[in-house]
Design a protein around this ligand. Structure first.
Ligand SMILES: Cc1cc2nc3c(=O)[nH]c(=O)nc-3n(C[C@H](O)[C@H](O)[C@H](O)COP(=O)(O)OP(=O)(O)OC[C@H]3O[C@@H](n4cnc5c(N)ncnc54)[C@H](O)[C@@H]3O)c2cc1C
Length: 436
């Protein structure tokens, strides 16, 4: 961990003004993917990242088959292969344990990887640069240029602060892709807000050294407890990195009525005490203090399109509410945004930006609505306890849940799954949701 924040050479001085086809704000999964696909389509792309890569980023570092597919399609199969591959998920709860391989699927691989965001985001940004994107590091987009951007007007580009020199650059762009993550200050400057009726999440993670660092299953604990032993709606994870370390964390749902009173650091330390002894998680193996962040889910942030801009990844609230996964959806929405922008600039016209929103709805709308409702139900500790303890008695039920919750259903499974969605949605109507 000591070298996670490596020294960097200062970037060269930048001009006071600059022009490009597309400006991307942020070089996480969504911005990196957008930069790669746009550069590949031949457009003149500038991606600004306020930090220097590689940089540490608070995350569980878990890549599911959905993420792996996107990385393979970007041409990163070989590079990804240098990291820790795993085969499926081990679920533990209420004294039971179930091991489930990733399902076989015609469109997705049957394996995942665990890669630190330190390494992953640099890998994708370097790849985008090699494809022709310009990446400015230590470059923060401070404000849109458009005078009426906050009230629905065009962004017109952004004012960029060059941190290594203290200078600024006015970047004029035909289209801006906002990929600045969960806090999305730039998105908010364009008038985007979070829909508070949709649940969101909170997660915290830290690194430990562990003799089981090369385990080829990731582990999920579905019965995390507070200090008094009461089950709290959420889950704990242990993701092996294969380099001597494991990533350990917990995630919590805003649908839990006492969620604001939960001290996540204490909950994390009680999970660490309670985790199987074979992982050897304790103070002497802890490598850094845990850090946390918010999980904007279920396409809860919008509007995601404006006259000359799009919001992708966490900036648009694109995390899957079922499992808190956001990297795959960052890659997917970044790529979709890039496709739409390419069409707009190749003759479809700016009104076509709206097709980004309709395509998001087509791909994720029903699924995310159901997931959000389901999370409303799971926020009630007693219901969560009952559902999990019932599920843990059946390998078949849990394998179905894994496929549904990680969005890996095959087309021929969608009809029964839709029935399951309807049942879940009906269940969700019976209890009031409390979110804030
Ligand atoms: C504790 C925790 C654990 C998680 N675990 C997992 C997991 O295991 N698997 C998974 O799939 N998802 C996980 N997630 C979710 C995942 O981290 C996010 O969904 C994902 O990072 C979203 O990617 P993004 O590109 O939209 O945003 P980010 O990854 O947040 O990237 C945004 C980038 O923009 C930069 N930036 C911000 N503002 C500006 C600005 N004004 N100018 C220039 N640059 C800027 C930031 O420095 C950052 O590099 C987890 C989240 C948390 C908090």
């Amino acid at each position: 961990m000591a070298n996670e924040q490596a020294e960097h050479a200062p970037h060269p001085p930048r001009p006071s003004s600059y022009q490009c086809d597309v400006l991307i704000v942020g070089a996480g999964p969504s911005g990196g993917a957008a930069a790669y696909w746009l550069a590949k389509s031949g457009l003149d792309v500038l991606c600004v990242e306020k930090k220097h890569l590689p940089r540490e980023k608070t995350c569980g570092d878990g890549l599911t088959p959905r993420s792996v597919r996107q990385l393979y399609e970007m041409g990163l199969r070989e590079k990804l292969g240098e990291h820790h591959r795993y085969e499926g998920l081990r679920a533990l709860a209420f004294g039971r344990e179930l091991t489930m391989a990733w399902p076989s699927h015609p469109d997705y691989p049957s394996h995942g990887y665990v890669v630190t965001r330190h390494d992953l985001d640099k890998m994708v940004a370097d790849h985008a640069e090699a494809a022709g994107a310009t990446i400015w590091q230590g470059a923060e987009a401070i404000a849109p240029l458009g005078a009426h951007a906050a009230t629905g007007g065009p962004a017109e580009g952004a004012l960029i602060k060059n941190h290594d020199h203290g200078s600024t650059t006015e970047v004029r762009a035909k289209i801006v892709i906002v990929a600045d993550g969960a806090n999305s200050r730039f998105g908010r400057a364009l008038g985007a807000t979070r829909n508070r009726a949709v649940p969101h999440g909170l997660a915290i993670r830290g690194y430990y050294s562990s003799p089981r660092h090369a385990d080829n299953y990731i582990e999920s604990h579905l019965d995390i407890r507070d200090r008094d032993g009461a089950v709290v709606p959420g889950y704990g994870w242990i993701f092996p990195l294969g380099d001597g370390r494991v990533n350990v964390g917990i995630g919590l749902l805003s649908t839990f009525d006492r969620w604001k009173q939960v001290n996540t650091t204490k909950l994390m330390s009680s999970f660490v005490d309670y985790a199987p002894a074979s992982w050897c998680l304790n103070e002497s193996t802890q490598l850094s203090a845990p850090t946390g962040g918010r999980l904007p889910m279920g396409l809860s942030v919008g509007p995601r399109t404006g006259p000359d801009y799009l919001l992708v990844g966490d900036a648009g609230g694109s995390i899957n509410p079922f499992n808190g996964e956001g990297i795959a959806y960052g890659y997917e929405t970044g790529r979709l945004g890039a496709t739409v922008v390419h069409e707009v600039l190749n003759g479809a016209g700016f009104a076509h930006l709206d097709s980004y929103e309709s395509e998001l709805d087509r791909r994720y709308g029903l699924y995310y609505k159901t997931a959000s409702k389901f999370m409303g139900v799971m926020g009630h500790p007693e219901i969560m306890r009952r559902l999990v303890s019932t599920g843990m008695h059946s390998q078949t039920i849990m394998e179905w849940l894994l496929r549904i919750m990680s969005n890996l259903l095959r087309d021929d499974e969608r009809a029964p799954a839709e029935l399951a969605y309807k049942a879940l949605a009906a269940l969700a109507q019976r209890r009031p949701e409390r979110v804030s």
